[in-house]
Structure formats: structure tokens, C-alpha cells
Design a protein around this ligand. Structure first.
Ligand code: RP5
Length: 170
């Protein structure tokens, strides 16, 4: 049963310690007009729940799953194994290995079960990639993505102008 026609994303973290990493992701998704459903769920500490969330996601109207995890970061892969929805993995930076452990755990999926992996702590890119996928079905998101890119380019141009002005006056 589909809940409504609004674009909807699930953001799932492996621990509450991952929450600061996904705050920006959730904010950006909401700013772009995407409904967010959030869960704390561990592939290792609550494995049954991870399977249930993945299996029920489609029927709840979720169209993309974003999953952030650190260390032996198996959450995105476990979710991907239990749904055909696209799963975007965010490797969380860790104190011992800087997030390389998380990155390799998420990106090196076996052939047949992909996880679209963004950079370490790449929460904003995860949100944007999710919205780009959603925009194929929800055309209103295309205009918002274009506006986001234009504003981003404008900010770079402003910094460029400020730099050039500074060099001229130095
Ligand atoms: C992973 O272990 C979580 O995604 C988290 O990044 C990491 C550490 O979890 P805590 O010990 O902080 O709960 O499952």
C-alpha cells in the first residue's frame, strides 16, 4: 500500500553516534521537498529489524534508502540485500582508521547487490544523489536541483571575485 505520492527517503544510521553525520543530509532532503523517515538500526545489534525495515520500505512508499554506518559498516549492504530499492551508503569517519574501514566495508559489495557509496561522511552528496534518482519520477525536484547547482556556482563565483579583489588591493 502506497502512503502518498510525495518523494520519500529513509535515512538509517547504524548507531546514534552516526546521527551528527546525517543531520545535514536530512536537512538538505527536507529543504528540497523530500519526506524523510529516520531509523537507528544496526546490522549487528538489531539484525532482524534491519531486514524488516528493508523488506517493508517499498510498501511504505520509500523510494530510496540512505544508510550511514561506521567501522565494519555492513548496514547498507544488509539493507540492499533485502530490497530492490536503491541504497546509498555513507561511510562514517572513524577514530582509528579515519573511515577507510567504513568505506571499504560499504563499497566492496559482491556483484549482484550494489550499494551506491559516497565519500567518507559524504552526507550532502548522499542527499543530492537520492534527489537526482527521485527526480526521474518527481519532475518538480529537477528544478530544485538546478537551482541548487546555480546557487552553488554563484557562491564559487563570489569567492573567486573576492580573491581577485584581494589580490589587486594587496
Ligand atoms: C557501527 O559502529 C555504527 O554505524 C557506528 O558508526 C559504529 C560505532 O557505533 P557505537 O559504538 O558508537 O554505537 O555499527
Amino acid at each position: 500500500m502506497e502512503v502518498n505520492n510525495s518523494p520519500r527517503v529513509a535515512v538509517i544510521v547504524g548507531s546514534d553516534s552516526d546521527l551528527p553525520v546525517v543531520e545535514g543530509c536530512i536537512k538538505l532532503l527536507k529543504n528540497l521537498g523530500v519526506q524523510v523517515e529516520a531509523f537507528i538500526c544496526s546490522a549487528h545489534r538489531t539484525p532482524d529489524k534491519a531486514v524488516i525495515i528493508a523488506k517493508e520500505a517499498h510498501n511504505k512508499g520509500i523510494e530510496v534508502i540512505i544508510a550511514a554506518a561506521g567501522k565494519a559498516a555492513h548496514l547498507p549492504g544488509v539493507l540492499a540485500a533485502n530490497t530492490i530499492l536503491p541504497v546509498i551508503g555513507i561511510p562514517v569517519k572513524t577514530s582509528l582508521m579515519g573511515g577507510l574501514d567504513s568505506l571499504l566495508s560499504i563499497v566492496q559489495m559482491p556483484s549482484g547487490v550494489p550499494v551506491a557509496t559516497v565519500g567518507i561522511d559524504g552526507a550532502e552528496n548522499a542527499a543530492l544523489l537520492a534527489v537526482q534518482i527521485l527526480s526521474l519520477k518527481h519532475p518538480e525536484l529537477k528544478d530544485r536541483l538546478k537551482k541548487f547547482r546555480e546557487e552553488m556556482a554563484l557562491k564559487v563565483e563570489e569567492k573567486n571575485n573576492a580573491l581577485r579583489e584581494k589580490l589587486e588591493t594587496d
